[in-house]
Design a protein around this ligand. Sequence first.
Ligand code: ARG
Ligand code: ZN
Length: 449
Amino acid sequence: ASGIGSIVTSIIGTEKNFKSRSSRVSYKNHQLIRLYPNSQGHVNDLKELKESEPEDVKFWTEPMYNRTTDVVVGPDLVSDFKVFLSDKGIDFKVLIPDLQKTIAYQNPKMTKEQRNDLVTTNGHSMTWKRYHRYGEIVKYLEYLALRYPSVAEVITIGHSYEGQPIKMIKISTGTNKGGEAKPAIWIDAGMHAREWIGSAVATYIVSQLVEKNSSYAKLLDNTDWMILPVVNPDGYEFSHTGDRLWRKTRSNHAEDQDDSRFLQLVNHYTRWLWGKCEGVDPNRNFDYHWGEVEAGGASLDPCHETYAGPRAFSEPETKAMADYILANKQNIRVYLTLHSYSQMWLVPWGYTYTKPLDYSELASVAKKAIGAVTKIHGTNYQVGPSADLLYPTSGASDDWAKGVAGIKYAYTLELRDRGRYGFLLPASQIVPTAREIWAGVKTIARLVN
Ligand code: ARG
Ligand code: ZN
């Protein structure tokens, strides 16, 4: 290499972080390890480790007192990491000894022929027995709009960074008797690419409302539904084809980071050399207390998993969603966003430990909802304020929905499980998860009308 390339290499060092983007990231021999910190000292040790951002230790949950922490550790670090834990006196348990095996087993493969057979017999390839690609999900929505034109309409709310259409479905049996639009429930999912269960549950709810619309006539008499199953299609697809554990969008904001031409060039080359640091965390990119990083849980570092972006709504995905919600805010009564994992029904705020004035009202509705959830398969969910129960975050969509769009009942749902598989929840749990969440969602719909 010569010229700028070698200058950059000498500034930045070697290409130790190089990962070819064209190939798939492998998690062979990466371990999911559950940590049991039992003192504030332990928590501080873990926080310190997290802040030092080692390349090969990824925190799936935040270190907190009286809480377990799940981390993924790369093969070269596993034994050192375990020595570190023993030195500190932190108990641990290996939950998954080889992540790549679990990834392979998580989603049963289907051949093109099998998929084509499904389309021929059902009109679509959705099964809820495996996790589906974005194209299949969109085709399903379009199939429903064609087949049930009086109930379902597909709306393209914008395009992703990579140019994919962002499609949602509006389910409505028309205006109410007074000729006005009905109160609506908004559900989105797939904001975080790797949280596949959310999008699977969202499409399951769509299937219930549309394909069984006559059984839900009463529900549809009282409510409209706006469902966006994949907020972040670029990330979602990348989690299928590139890196199963990808979280963010796929944008690149290198040009936004420095105004010096030289640094821009350096940035460009280092990115090209290293091939990393794409993407913004969409759930830190909303324009409400955006970028208040002191609260924790959001970062201004593009390489970080919770990068808030160069500015609020820098991502076309969050912008498109917010614009649609704002245009319809007078009708939207409930805002639900599906994430995983932890089994929690989270109430705002995330950006502060202070509770909204109507907190107890929101919490009591949420408690009734989780009562209905638990009745189905006995799965337990927790209700509480986001910042306390999970961790503080700024620029999240639920806070924005309540704080800016003025939607009173705004919740983040953290679906199954509690960490046995974490983001790698087996496809066999799609239907049970969807059934219980659907019970909770119906309960909310009935309560707020
Ligand atoms: N898992 C979600 C995230 O980290 C939780 C967000 C909860 N909402 C909040 N405002 N803190 O983005
Ligand atoms: Zn999430």
